[in-house]
Design a protein around this ligand. Sequence first.
Ligand code: SF4
Length: 358
Amino acid sequence: MRDAMNVRKISFPRYAEYNCAFKYVFEEALEVRCITPPAITKRTMELGAKHSPEFVCTPFKITLGSMIEALEAGADTLMMVHGLCRLGYYGELQEQILHDLGYHFDFINLSEYDMSKKKEYIKIVKRINPKVHLARFVAKFMEGVRMVEYLDEITAIYYKNCGFDPTGQYKAAYQRFLTDMYTARTRSDIEDGYRSVRQAFQAVPLNRPVRPLRVGVVGEFYTVMDAFSNLELEQKLADMGVEIHRWMNVTHQFLHNHGQKNMAVKIKNLCTYEMGPTATANIWYAKECAERGFDGLVHIKSAGCTPEIDVMPVLQTISRDYKIPVLYLTYDSQSSDVGMMTRLEAFYDMIHMRKKVL
Ligand code: SF4
């Protein structure tokens, strides 16, 4: 139900920490009310799995569960992204499932729009809020984009360094930054939050060894970035004293991916064709890490993710050619913390001993 002002209450499936930027764009650029979906929990996963086809990939189940929780929290409009794999069909199916469950809502499925055309973006904007002033929208939207860039930059710095701070100050500064982004209402709020976390990071004395263990993380777009989906793999590995490097994020993949063509050239000895939405980038980055002498690679994917299954034999070739160990992790709705920790600890012990010997 709309409120007295007939303002939309819009929501979306939760995704890593990008929710703060979605919120900013909906509220400040589109001037509608944003119902930020609740944090993903076991219940979200169970709700999604219960109402999903059994063999669909895990991001489908988590995003469906998250949309159910957003509707329960009062949303009257949902937005679903488009994608280059099966993700492109997910919105349609999820809308049907949610209607069959008895929910009433307006569904904005970006797969129904041709996202290569500017006029389609205007159609989406006008559908969400016909009264919006386009020039103001563009200015505010770009501030939301800036937030995404800062989020990706700070997250990369955080996982690279947090494993060397025994005091916990690094983590506290990162959490404060996330709170600042979730509560930002203006451009200066975003800039202040960014400046303050940079200063806080610099002030923390790090206990970094001369040659720390370095691990590159590659994988499927949703699972590799969403900490709930990958059972906080990056934090767990960092807590063991490992420097974490991950190229895959929204900024690199969508906002500043000027090098996509060059990537294909750099890996032409490994694969001839484009194999999926993130395959080229993952293979390229795995090769980069191997050439830079990293101590290991972790490949993350959801169960049933065909594009990333295709990447695995190529990673095996990289592993053989560059003598770099690869840990393959597949996640589904039954994945447990204990099982993952066992494999992670074994992987850590192996790369740690290997580094000593080498
Ligand atoms: S990339 Fe894989 S896991 Fe992600 S939506 Fe596509 S098929 Fe599913």
